[in-house]
Design a protein around this ligand. Sequence first.
Ligand SMILES: C[S@@+](CC[C@H](N)C(=O)[O-])C[C@H]1O[C@@H](n2cnc3c(N)ncnc32)[C@H](O)[C@@H]1O
Length: 154
Amino acid sequence: MNIHLENFIKKKFKKPGKVLDLGAGKFNDVNDFKKLGWFIIGVDKATGVDLNKPFQYEEKFDLVYSNYVIQFIDNKEIFINTCYNNLKIGGWLFLQTFAQGDKIMKYKTLNEEQLNSLLKDKFKKIKIKKYNEFDNCPGHKHWHQILQAVAQKK
Ligand SMILES: C[S@@+](CC[C@H](N)C(=O)[O-])C[C@H]1O[C@@H](n2cnc3c(N)ncnc32)[C@H](O)[C@@H]1O
């Protein structure tokens, strides 16, 4: 599992709950959550869910996370509404994306202020941090600037 996400769930959750992965990619994190006993739903463009449009699952979740997806989304307010609407009150959002200024990812990236203003009316306990991380995948091998946001649904 993504190491930052793993550390986050160890800190916030004493037992497995319900989790939604927005933009699950190859479903690696989804499979890891299943092994830990969580109920998990993963969606992605590749499985027919376009997160530029609202997505609403039939149940609400304790945790909604999305790693390296929001930079591809044109309508970021719709995306954040999808995060919010799928969470239980008090549920947690965990979001990672490439920061504005990242040398490799030149998509529709956000800076800390933009991310905060997307979250501030709907969430409390918002923490946004920016850090550098080395991508060591074969064929990549470069530094990225990452933005990470955690927040709790009001
Ligand atoms: C960089 S990958 C990240 C995958 C995974 N979250 C991870 O951390 O390994 C970005 C993912 O976002 C998905 N994606 C991009 N635009 C999307 C959209 N409009 N709706 C749904 N998924 C989208 C892509 O299909 C891809 O799987």
